[in-house]
Design a protein around this ligand. Sequence first.
Ligand code: ADP
Length: 164
Amino acid sequence: MTKSDGVTALYPGSFDPVHNGHLDIIVRARRVFGRVVVAVATNVGKQAMFSTEDRVEMLRAAMAGQEGIEVRAFEGLTVEFAASIRAGVIVRGLRANEDFEFELKMAAMNKRLHPEIETIFMMTSPEYAYLSSTLIREVTGFGGSVHGLIPPTVEERLARRPKP
Ligand code: ADP
């Protein structure tokens, strides 16, 4: 047992919808930490494609049967939710420079609010470096295929949506 086995890691995001870049980070985080709680933010604004319930459901389906991984919805500040479930670590995925600028500020603020919680970054796997939920929504919104970039449950849900 390593020191991180007993640590809960929180992986927060909008996941609107979840894609394979997210799943890759979840699986890799679980290899490092004993428990990974994937936290779906409820406050993503009016432009969300999927409801919180749907986003949670799709993540749960994608993660079914994987031990040590839970999916929960949360409201309010991520770092407060992390503290409430006694997570020692917040995991974030990093893609490009734009992510870095934003994440640096966020990590500093979270550290100020809860110095006991560390933010840890995992670099995107190169094959998912360009992938974002926004891009998935845009491409599918115009009828393009995102096959192979999202889990099957998400693909089914997207297929059920009215075509443009
Ligand atoms: P947010 O609404 O917090 O930006 P997202 O749902 O877009 O959340 O993403 C959640 C987390 O997953 C963030 O840490 C984000 O940087 C990371 N992430 C998103 N897409 C990728 C990807 N393709 N590769 C690695 N990490 C990613």
